[in-house]
Design a binder for this molecule. Sequence first.
Ligand code: PHE
Length: 497
Amino acid sequence: MQLNNNDRRMLKTMLSDPGRTWNLEQLLSETGWQDQVHIAGSGKSLESEGLVELEETRTRTVTLGPEGSRAVEDGLLESRIWNWVLGQEDSGRTIKDLNSAGFKKSETGPGIGLLKGLGVDIDSGKLVFSDEASISDEISRRSDFLSSLSSQPADVSSLDEKMVKHFSSRGGLLEFEDSVTRTWRLTKEATSIDDSSLSEIQMIGEITPEMLQTESWKDGQFKPFDVKAPAPTPFGGRRHPMQALIERIRSVFLEMGFSEIEGDFVQSAGWNMDALYIPQSHPARTMQDTFYLDEPSKLDLDQHYLDLWSKVHVSGHDTGSRGWGGSFDKEESRKALLRTHTTVNTVKHIAENSDTPCRVFGIGRVFRQETIDRTHMPEFHQIEGIIHEPDASLPMLISTLKTFYSKMGYPDVRVRPAYFPYTEPSAEVDIMWKGEWLELGGSGIFRPEVTEPLGTDWPVCAWGMGLERLAMLILGLDDIRQLYQPDLERLRKMPLL
Ligand code: PHE
């Protein structure tokens, strides 16, 4: 039998204890090899000689995801709501009371859904149930299950299958990791091998310049490549997936003939909102939704625009509109804030280039007071764009968005009527993903109340889309925070764009 050096070394090592089942660590330490590639390679060739049996065991371990750890600390959502329910008088168990009981807005809906799944019914706004004990039982089983995972990873096969299934369908609670463990054992045939019967040959794994010069390769035996042999994955540097996605979007818009524009994070309420005909009393303008700055607290604004916005807001000026009525506070316009949308960039661009037709886009960060959860963050990105030209139209807007999303890999796009204070008509843009329509952003044609003060009569197609939502689809994430956590392990595994 002819074996190459490495195979021989592995065989010899194993023959030192012929009955043993070896794992990777044992073989590495006994052979003195640094790299598991040798074990995998020689293991394979010994296996094909009938000398070694290779066994692969696949295991799936589970640990708590970020939501899971939070649930262990603060209590599962259904458990917190259920405790609240039990603490109420019968008559106080209403959805209305629940909404004002200090739960987050994003919690009550899903929370009620979970309780319904446990046997709670809603009867004219009241939470009703018959079997309190079984609901409590199931909730504490769920809590115990999660707590049991908080100290260390567990093998999925050792866990309650139903619980695993239940929690897997809830985003961010559990994280799974698949691994393969390999063990090697000598076959009967191998144990009876006489070491001296093994002749040693040098197999050529790599051709060197010497071999070529001396032509020694002609008499050599070549080591076959096993392209399926397990090997470590080399990780080189790569762009952050979010940055890679931004680059891709950028190149799609450039390819479609658009130019890129930028703007500052700090803006005046005037350009961020008044220019967009957002009434000064609009709820989104309050401190609860918008980050206003202390320093600077005010920004200079061109009197020309302040006068025009004021007239348009109060009476419509000569835009054909009646305006919002009421009064307009120019000091309010001067307030400094962190831009809440990138639409501020496109309106400023129109003001500065009112008689030049343009197609421009921008990808930028925006800021809103949001409670952080699976799908919300106080900082996120928008993909903004406009077409400002004499023949701009709604069909042009829709076909542009369709082209953009097709190029991104989502050919099914639909628009639905919507409302924004600054566009008419307005449309919500959805894309088809895994058989479902997902909302990705807003769009429309700017109203004359917006365009006339900017100095143009041409129609403007405008849109503003969420970037993170698209990133989650493309990268297959169920939690927006995963994009920003410095978890190299996870980032490495995200698909290359
Ligand atoms: N600015 C809107 C948002 O932040 C999106 C939008 C942009 C809507 C342009 C219409 C026109 O959601």
